[in-house]
Write a protein that binds this ligand. Structure first.
Ligand code: NAD
Length: 312
Protein backbone atom coordinates (compact mmCIF):
# COMPACT_ATOMS: atom_id res chain seq x y z
CA UNK A 1 0.00 0.00 0.00
CA UNK A 2 1.23 3.55 -0.75
CA UNK A 3 0.96 5.44 2.52
CA UNK A 4 1.76 9.04 3.45
CA UNK A 5 2.14 9.58 7.19
CA UNK A 6 1.27 13.21 7.90
CA UNK A 7 2.84 14.13 11.23
CA UNK A 8 5.90 12.06 12.10
CA UNK A 9 6.62 12.93 15.71
CA UNK A 10 6.57 10.05 18.16
CA UNK A 11 3.52 8.05 17.07
CA UNK A 12 3.74 8.86 13.37
CA UNK A 13 7.26 7.43 13.47
CA UNK A 14 6.03 4.18 15.04
CA UNK A 15 3.39 3.66 12.36
CA UNK A 16 5.62 4.80 9.46
CA UNK A 17 8.44 2.53 10.61
CA UNK A 18 6.29 -0.56 11.10
CA UNK A 19 4.43 -0.05 7.80
CA UNK A 20 7.69 0.43 5.92
CA UNK A 21 9.33 -2.60 7.55
CA UNK A 22 6.33 -4.66 6.40
CA UNK A 23 7.02 -3.72 2.77
CA UNK A 24 4.61 -0.83 2.22
CA UNK A 25 5.62 2.22 0.20
CA UNK A 26 5.83 4.92 2.90
CA UNK A 27 6.36 8.68 2.57
CA UNK A 28 6.46 11.03 5.56
CA UNK A 29 5.43 14.67 5.91
CA UNK A 30 6.00 16.92 8.91
CA UNK A 31 5.72 20.57 9.84
CA UNK A 32 8.66 20.94 12.27
CA UNK A 33 11.68 22.19 10.31
CA UNK A 34 14.28 20.53 12.54
CA UNK A 35 12.44 17.20 12.29
CA UNK A 36 12.08 17.42 8.52
CA UNK A 37 15.80 18.17 8.14
CA UNK A 38 16.74 15.08 10.15
CA UNK A 39 14.18 12.89 8.31
CA UNK A 40 15.66 13.96 4.97
CA UNK A 41 19.23 13.36 6.14
CA UNK A 42 18.95 10.17 8.19
CA UNK A 43 15.42 8.80 7.74
CA UNK A 44 13.33 7.47 10.61
CA UNK A 45 15.58 6.71 13.59
CA UNK A 46 14.24 4.96 16.66
CA UNK A 47 14.94 2.62 19.50
CA UNK A 48 12.39 -0.07 18.71
CA UNK A 49 11.97 -2.58 21.54
CA UNK A 50 15.59 -2.15 22.61
CA UNK A 51 17.17 -2.10 19.13
CA UNK A 52 18.39 0.99 17.30
CA UNK A 53 16.85 1.10 13.82
CA UNK A 54 17.16 3.50 10.89
CA UNK A 55 14.78 3.34 7.95
CA UNK A 56 15.09 5.61 4.91
CA UNK A 57 11.84 7.00 3.50
CA UNK A 58 11.03 9.99 1.24
CA UNK A 59 10.43 12.97 3.54
CA UNK A 60 8.77 16.33 2.85
CA UNK A 61 8.04 19.48 4.77
CA UNK A 62 4.39 20.41 5.12
CA UNK A 63 5.20 23.40 2.90
CA UNK A 64 6.33 21.21 -0.04
CA UNK A 65 3.81 18.35 -0.17
CA UNK A 66 4.28 16.45 -3.46
CA UNK A 67 1.44 16.80 -6.00
CA UNK A 68 2.57 14.09 -8.41
CA UNK A 69 2.48 11.04 -6.08
CA UNK A 70 -0.55 8.80 -5.74
CA UNK A 71 -1.27 7.70 -2.18
CA UNK A 72 -3.76 4.98 -1.22
CA UNK A 73 -3.84 6.28 2.33
CA UNK A 74 -2.90 9.40 4.27
CA UNK A 75 -2.46 8.58 7.96
CA UNK A 76 -2.70 11.65 10.20
CA UNK A 77 -0.59 11.76 13.37
CA UNK A 78 -0.22 15.43 14.27
CA UNK A 79 -1.22 16.90 17.61
CA UNK A 80 -4.94 17.73 17.64
CA UNK A 81 -4.45 21.49 17.27
CA UNK A 82 -2.18 20.93 14.23
CA UNK A 83 -4.63 18.68 12.36
CA UNK A 84 -6.65 21.20 10.37
CA UNK A 85 -3.57 22.92 8.92
CA UNK A 86 -2.04 19.52 8.06
CA UNK A 87 -5.24 18.37 6.30
CA UNK A 88 -5.24 21.56 4.22
CA UNK A 89 -1.56 21.20 3.36
CA UNK A 90 -2.02 17.53 2.40
CA UNK A 91 -4.96 18.16 0.05
CA UNK A 92 -2.74 18.37 -3.10
CA UNK A 93 -1.59 14.81 -2.33
CA UNK A 94 -5.17 13.47 -2.38
CA UNK A 95 -6.55 11.80 -5.51
CA UNK A 96 -10.23 10.86 -5.93
CA UNK A 97 -9.66 7.52 -4.22
CA UNK A 98 -7.12 8.41 -1.49
CA UNK A 99 -8.35 7.44 1.98
CA UNK A 100 -7.75 9.49 5.17
CA UNK A 101 -7.23 7.77 8.52
CA UNK A 102 -6.93 9.50 11.89
CA UNK A 103 -5.85 7.46 14.94
CA UNK A 104 -4.93 10.49 17.04
CA UNK A 105 -6.17 11.20 20.54
CA UNK A 106 -8.96 13.73 20.87
CA UNK A 107 -12.67 13.88 20.11
CA UNK A 108 -14.18 15.38 16.95
CA UNK A 109 -11.36 14.94 14.42
CA UNK A 110 -13.69 13.33 11.86
CA UNK A 111 -15.51 16.67 11.64
CA UNK A 112 -12.25 18.40 10.71
CA UNK A 113 -11.51 15.80 8.01
CA UNK A 114 -15.07 15.92 6.66
CA UNK A 115 -14.75 19.67 6.09
CA UNK A 116 -12.26 18.88 3.30
CA UNK A 117 -12.93 15.26 2.22
CA UNK A 118 -16.01 13.16 1.43
CA UNK A 119 -17.26 11.25 4.50
CA UNK A 120 -16.93 7.94 2.64
CA UNK A 121 -13.15 8.38 2.51
CA UNK A 122 -12.72 9.27 6.20
CA UNK A 123 -11.60 6.51 8.59
CA UNK A 124 -11.29 6.94 12.34
CA UNK A 125 -9.97 5.11 15.37
CA UNK A 126 -7.31 5.29 18.06
CA UNK A 127 -4.23 3.57 19.35
CA UNK A 128 -3.03 2.21 22.67
CA UNK A 129 0.59 2.05 21.46
CA UNK A 130 2.98 4.47 23.15
CA UNK A 131 5.86 6.48 21.67
CA UNK A 132 8.18 9.22 22.82
CA UNK A 133 10.44 11.69 21.00
CA UNK A 134 13.83 11.71 22.70
CA UNK A 135 15.35 14.22 20.25
CA UNK A 136 14.23 15.83 16.96
CA UNK A 137 15.99 12.94 15.20
CA UNK A 138 15.10 10.02 17.48
CA UNK A 139 12.06 8.27 18.91
CA UNK A 140 11.74 5.72 21.73
CA UNK A 141 9.31 2.89 20.95
CA UNK A 142 8.75 0.45 23.78
CA UNK A 143 5.74 -1.27 25.42
CA UNK A 144 3.09 -3.38 23.73
CA UNK A 145 0.00 -1.87 22.13
CA UNK A 146 -2.95 -2.15 19.78
CA UNK A 147 -4.98 0.06 17.48
CA UNK A 148 -8.58 0.04 16.26
CA UNK A 149 -10.27 1.67 13.30
CA UNK A 150 -13.35 1.83 11.13
CA UNK A 151 -15.01 3.70 8.32
CA UNK A 152 -16.97 6.73 9.61
CA UNK A 153 -19.79 6.45 7.08
CA UNK A 154 -21.55 3.04 7.01
CA UNK A 155 -21.77 1.17 3.70
CA UNK A 156 -19.63 0.03 0.78
CA UNK A 157 -16.95 0.33 -0.48
CA UNK A 158 -15.74 1.93 2.74
CA UNK A 159 -16.42 -1.13 4.94
CA UNK A 160 -14.30 -3.33 2.68
CA UNK A 161 -11.64 -0.61 2.60
CA UNK A 162 -11.58 -0.55 6.42
CA UNK A 163 -11.07 -4.34 6.39
CA UNK A 164 -8.20 -3.91 3.93
CA UNK A 165 -6.57 -1.30 6.19
CA UNK A 166 -6.85 -3.72 9.11
CA UNK A 167 -5.16 -6.40 6.98
CA UNK A 168 -2.26 -4.10 6.07
CA UNK A 169 -1.81 -2.90 9.67
CA UNK A 170 -1.98 -6.49 10.95
CA UNK A 171 0.78 -7.55 8.56
CA UNK A 172 2.85 -4.65 9.97
CA UNK A 173 2.44 -5.94 13.55
CA UNK A 174 0.35 -2.96 14.65
CA UNK A 175 -2.32 -5.23 16.19
CA UNK A 176 -5.39 -3.57 14.67
CA UNK A 177 -9.03 -4.36 15.37
CA UNK A 178 -11.97 -3.50 13.12
CA UNK A 179 -14.53 -1.39 14.97
CA UNK A 180 -18.29 -1.25 14.56
CA UNK A 181 -18.67 2.32 15.83
CA UNK A 182 -15.51 4.46 15.69
CA UNK A 183 -17.04 7.35 17.67
CA UNK A 184 -17.75 5.00 20.61
CA UNK A 185 -14.11 3.98 20.54
CA UNK A 186 -12.91 7.60 20.30
CA UNK A 187 -15.04 8.64 23.29
CA UNK A 188 -13.86 5.55 25.23
CA UNK A 189 -10.21 6.45 24.51
CA UNK A 190 -11.08 10.06 25.34
CA UNK A 191 -11.96 8.83 28.81
CA UNK A 192 -8.48 7.33 29.22
CA UNK A 193 -6.91 10.63 28.13
CA UNK A 194 -9.36 12.83 30.03
CA UNK A 195 -8.54 11.00 33.26
CA UNK A 196 -4.98 9.68 33.21
CA UNK A 197 -3.30 12.13 30.79
CA UNK A 198 -4.87 15.14 32.44
CA UNK A 199 -4.46 14.07 36.07
CA UNK A 200 -0.90 12.73 35.69
CA UNK A 201 0.05 16.01 34.00
CA UNK A 202 -1.47 18.17 36.73
CA UNK A 203 -0.06 16.04 39.55
CA UNK A 204 3.22 15.31 37.73
CA UNK A 205 3.18 11.57 38.34
CA UNK A 206 3.04 8.31 36.39
CA UNK A 207 0.02 6.00 36.21
CA UNK A 208 1.09 3.73 39.08
CA UNK A 209 1.77 6.69 41.37
CA UNK A 210 -1.65 8.20 40.55
CA UNK A 211 -3.42 4.85 41.04
CA UNK A 212 -2.16 4.64 44.64
CA UNK A 213 -3.67 7.99 45.69
CA UNK A 214 -6.78 8.00 47.88
CA UNK A 215 -9.13 9.80 45.45
CA UNK A 216 -7.94 8.08 42.26
CA UNK A 217 -10.99 5.87 41.65
CA UNK A 218 -13.50 8.55 42.61
CA UNK A 219 -12.03 11.10 40.21
CA UNK A 220 -11.90 8.60 37.34
CA UNK A 221 -15.58 7.72 37.86
CA UNK A 222 -16.69 11.37 38.03
CA UNK A 223 -14.81 12.30 34.83
CA UNK A 224 -15.98 9.24 32.89
CA UNK A 225 -19.59 10.05 33.85
CA UNK A 226 -19.20 13.51 32.33
CA UNK A 227 -17.81 12.06 29.06
CA UNK A 228 -20.75 9.63 29.04
CA UNK A 229 -23.33 12.39 29.60
CA UNK A 230 -21.99 14.45 26.67
CA UNK A 231 -21.49 11.34 24.52
CA UNK A 232 -25.15 10.39 25.06
CA UNK A 233 -26.19 13.75 23.59
CA UNK A 234 -24.22 12.83 20.47
CA UNK A 235 -25.64 9.30 20.20
CA UNK A 236 -22.61 7.62 21.80
CA UNK A 237 -23.79 5.55 24.77
CA UNK A 238 -20.80 4.65 26.92
CA UNK A 239 -20.99 1.82 29.45
CA UNK A 240 -19.56 3.77 32.41
CA UNK A 241 -18.55 0.74 34.53
CA UNK A 242 -16.79 -0.92 31.58
CA UNK A 243 -14.98 2.30 30.67
CA UNK A 244 -13.82 2.86 34.26
CA UNK A 245 -12.46 -0.72 34.28
CA UNK A 246 -10.76 0.00 30.94
CA UNK A 247 -9.12 3.19 32.29
CA UNK A 248 -7.95 1.48 35.48
CA UNK A 249 -6.63 -1.56 33.56
CA UNK A 250 -3.89 0.78 32.25
CA UNK A 251 -2.30 0.82 35.72
CA UNK A 252 -1.17 -2.81 35.25
CA UNK A 253 -0.25 -2.58 31.57
CA UNK A 254 1.69 0.73 31.39
CA UNK A 255 1.93 1.79 35.05
CA UNK A 256 5.44 3.23 34.75
CA UNK A 257 4.35 5.33 31.75
CA UNK A 258 4.10 9.13 31.91
CA UNK A 259 1.27 10.00 29.49
CA UNK A 260 2.04 12.01 26.36
CA UNK A 261 0.37 15.12 27.81
CA UNK A 262 2.83 14.95 30.71
CA UNK A 263 5.70 14.68 28.25
CA UNK A 264 4.37 17.65 26.29
CA UNK A 265 3.76 20.07 29.14
CA UNK A 266 5.92 18.96 32.05
CA UNK A 267 8.99 17.76 30.13
CA UNK A 268 8.91 19.80 26.91
CA UNK A 269 6.87 22.88 27.89
CA UNK A 270 4.53 22.43 24.89
CA UNK A 271 0.83 23.27 24.87
CA UNK A 272 -1.47 20.29 25.31
CA UNK A 273 -4.43 18.67 23.52
CA UNK A 274 -6.71 19.37 26.52
CA UNK A 275 -9.29 21.25 24.37
CA UNK A 276 -9.93 18.00 22.44
CA UNK A 277 -10.28 15.90 25.61
CA UNK A 278 -11.85 17.35 28.80
CA UNK A 279 -12.21 20.64 26.91
CA UNK A 280 -14.44 18.96 24.31
CA UNK A 281 -16.69 17.65 27.09
CA UNK A 282 -16.72 21.05 28.79
CA UNK A 283 -17.65 23.09 25.70
CA UNK A 284 -20.14 20.54 24.34
CA UNK A 285 -21.65 20.07 27.82
CA UNK A 286 -22.46 23.80 27.80
CA UNK A 287 -23.95 23.47 24.30
CA UNK A 288 -26.25 20.61 25.41
CA UNK A 289 -27.07 22.00 28.89
CA UNK A 290 -25.16 19.18 30.64
CA UNK A 291 -23.18 20.10 33.78
CA UNK A 292 -19.51 19.03 33.52
CA UNK A 293 -17.83 20.63 36.56
CA UNK A 294 -14.85 18.24 36.66
CA UNK A 295 -14.01 18.71 32.98
CA UNK A 296 -14.57 22.49 33.22
CA UNK A 297 -12.12 22.73 36.11
CA UNK A 298 -9.52 20.33 34.68
CA UNK A 299 -9.50 22.18 31.34
CA UNK A 300 -9.01 25.51 33.10
CA UNK A 301 -6.30 24.04 35.34
CA UNK A 302 -4.28 22.62 32.45
CA UNK A 303 -4.53 25.93 30.56
CA UNK A 304 -3.45 27.75 33.73
CA UNK A 305 -0.40 25.49 34.02
CA UNK A 306 0.39 26.13 30.33
CA UNK A 307 0.11 29.89 30.87
CA UNK A 308 2.19 29.92 34.06
CA UNK A 309 4.94 27.96 32.34
CA UNK A 310 4.76 30.01 29.14
CA UNK A 311 4.25 26.76 27.18
CA UNK A 312 4.64 27.04 23.38
P1 NAD B 1 4.40 14.55 18.81
O1 NAD B 1 4.33 15.81 19.58
O2 NAD B 1 5.57 13.65 19.05
O3 NAD B 1 4.37 14.89 17.25
C1 NAD B 1 3.31 15.65 16.71
C2 NAD B 1 3.90 16.76 15.85
O4 NAD B 1 4.60 17.71 16.68
C3 NAD B 1 4.91 16.26 14.82
O5 NAD B 1 4.71 17.01 13.64
C4 NAD B 1 6.25 16.56 15.45
O6 NAD B 1 7.28 16.74 14.52
C5 NAD B 1 5.95 17.85 16.19
N1 NAD B 1 6.83 18.07 17.36
C6 NAD B 1 7.23 17.14 18.27
N2 NAD B 1 8.03 17.73 19.19
C7 NAD B 1 8.14 19.03 18.83
C8 NAD B 1 8.86 20.13 19.37
N3 NAD B 1 9.58 20.00 20.49
N4 NAD B 1 8.75 21.33 18.75
C9 NAD B 1 8.00 21.46 17.63
N5 NAD B 1 7.30 20.44 17.06
C10 NAD B 1 7.39 19.25 17.66
O7 NAD B 1 3.01 13.82 19.03
P2 NAD B 1 2.70 12.25 19.13
O8 NAD B 1 3.05 11.78 20.48
O9 NAD B 1 3.26 11.57 17.94
O10 NAD B 1 1.12 12.29 19.05
C11 NAD B 1 0.40 12.33 17.81
C12 NAD B 1 -1.04 11.98 18.15
O11 NAD B 1 -1.07 10.64 18.68
C13 NAD B 1 -1.64 12.86 19.24
O12 NAD B 1 -3.01 13.04 19.03
C14 NAD B 1 -1.42 12.04 20.50
O13 NAD B 1 -2.31 12.36 21.56
C15 NAD B 1 -1.66 10.64 19.97
N6 NAD B 1 -1.12 9.57 20.79
C16 NAD B 1 0.18 9.63 21.24
C17 NAD B 1 0.65 8.62 22.07
C18 NAD B 1 2.07 8.61 22.55
O14 NAD B 1 2.42 7.77 23.40
N7 NAD B 1 2.95 9.47 22.04
C19 NAD B 1 -0.20 7.57 22.42
C20 NAD B 1 -1.47 7.51 21.90
C21 NAD B 1 -1.93 8.53 21.09
Amino acid sequence: MKVAVAGVGAMGTRFALKLKQAGNNVTVVDGWQERVASLKKDGLRANLDGQEVTVKVPAYGQWEVPRDHHFDLVLFFTKSMQLEQMVRDMLPAFDDDTLALCLMNGIGHEKTLEKYLPKERVFLGNTMWTAQMTRPDHVLLEDDGTCELSNVEPGEPQRSQAKELVKVFKAAGLKPRLLDDPRYSVFRKGCVNGTLNTLCTLFECNLTEYSKTSHAHEMVVKIVKEFAAVGAKEGVNLDVAEVVDHVEASYDVIGAHYPSMYQDLVKNNRRTEIDYMNGYVSTHGKKYGVATPYCDLLTAEVHTKEDLQGAQ
